[in-house]
Write a protein that binds this ligand. Structure first.
Ligand SMILES: [Zn+2]
Ligand SMILES: [Zn+2]
Length: 214
């Protein structure tokens, strides 16, 4: 534990200091109760051994929004995202989610997608100094560079003015990431593959692949 930690009550929600959920139910925190969940998260982040996590959480001691988790549907069952509060990037994303002033008005393209992995209901992005402008959900789910608010260097970045580039992600297109692929069902993948092949055939009829159509 770091040498000087601030007490949990230093952080305020609507002028009241946060109170730790009962120790005895530490792992049984009510994830459906945003104030309890938020208090539980802050209580862990404030003692984080990662400096950047503590820098973010200590910068604003007024909680600007409570953590509300998305409802995910997996094979018909409703589940909630896992938070993994041992990972630096996930902790710093949540720290920012709870405390920053949001600069975006609408959600990013990844948060709009129903398969997005971001855990929180709201899409919250800060200034470009924070996660290169990416929203906290995309930062949390390791897809910051695919966030439509991302302003950092992209792997194939040339000049920002070259917006004719095929892989320009700033156009607000949905970006296909390995995580998105992994989340798709086999049936959805097959549908996508057929759609892509059909589109390619349309664009280049001479090289249309001969493939069995069932
Ligand atoms: Zn977002
Ligand atoms: Zn995003």
């Amino acid at each position: 534990m770091p040498d000087s930690v601030l007490p949990l009550s230093s952080w305020k929600w609507q002028e009241k200091g946060l109170v730790a959920p009962d120790e005895s139910v530490d792992e049984g925190v009510d994830f459906g109760n945003p104030l309890e969940l938020t208090s539980w998260i802050v209580n862990q982040l404030r003692v984080s051994s990662f400096n950047d996590v503590r820098t973010i959480i200590e910068k604003h001691k007024t909680i600007t929004r409570l953590v509300q988790l998305k409802q995910l549907r997996e094979k018909g069952a409703v589940t909630q995202p896992k938070l993994h509060l041992d990972r630096q990037q996930k902790m710093s994303a949540l720290a920012a989610y709870m405390t920053i002033d949001k600069v975006n008005s609408g959600p990013c393209q990844q948060c709009l997608h129903r398969k997005s992995r971001g855990p929180c209901t709201e899409c919250v992005a800060g200034s470009n100094n924070l996660f290169n402008g990416a929203c906290t959900n995309c930062q949390f789910s390791s897809t910051a560079a695919g966030c439509s608010f991302y302003q950092g260097k992209r792997r194939k970045d040339k000049k920002r003015s070259h917006s004719t580039s095929d892989d320009d992600r700033s156009t607000g297109r949905f970006y296909l990431t390995p995580e998105v692929l992994e989340d798709l069902t086999t049936r959805e993948l097959e549908r996508w593959k057929n759609m892509i092949e059909d589109e390619l055939d349309l664009r280049n009829p001479s090289s249309a692949r001969k493939r069995p159509r069932s």
